[in-house]
Ligand binder design. Structure first.
Ligand code: AMP
Length: 114
């Protein structure tokens, strides 16, 4: 999508602090971190949000979460844990309309979120 900032990050048109990349996903540090560790994992295919996925995307969604935990574990958060979050649309607090999984760690997070 031409006007999607995450698609621009994938294409290298906007810089990012990249953590991981393969054919399907890109992971990079959030520009406005809410915890000592805060990165995003995004599919390279433009999917606006999790509500706009289909049965055929079930594998991609599973791999998105699996990749997120592998990266977090690789960064040393396997023992203490982290939070894996997917915001969706207005009530879910989504601000960038390209599916992404937040991974936050390095501090004790509260529940419920505000
Ligand atoms: P959400 O509110 O769930 O849509 O999350 C979007 C996230 O993208 C926010 O945490 C932003 O800080 C982050 N973000 C926006 N622009 C950039 C960027 N250029 N590089 C890295 N993270 C970004």
């Amino acid at each position: 999508m031409d006007d999607c900032i995450f698609c621009k990050i994938i294409k290298g048109e906007i810089p990012s602090k990249k953590i991981f990349e393969d054919d399907e996903f890109l992971a990079f540090h959030d520009v406005n971190p809410q915890a000592p560790l805060h990165f995003l994992v995004i599919p390279k295919r433009h999917i606006p949000n999790i509500m706009e996925t289909a049965e055929a995307d079930a594998g991609l969604l599973g791999r998105l979460l699996f990749r997120s935990q592998k990266i977090a574990a690789g960064l040393g958060f396997g023992e203490k844990g982290a939070r894996f979050v997917i915001n969706c649309k207005a009530d879910g607090g989504q601000t960038v309309d390209h599916l992404h999984c937040h991974v936050l760690g390095g501090r004790s997070l509260q529940w419920p979120p505000g």
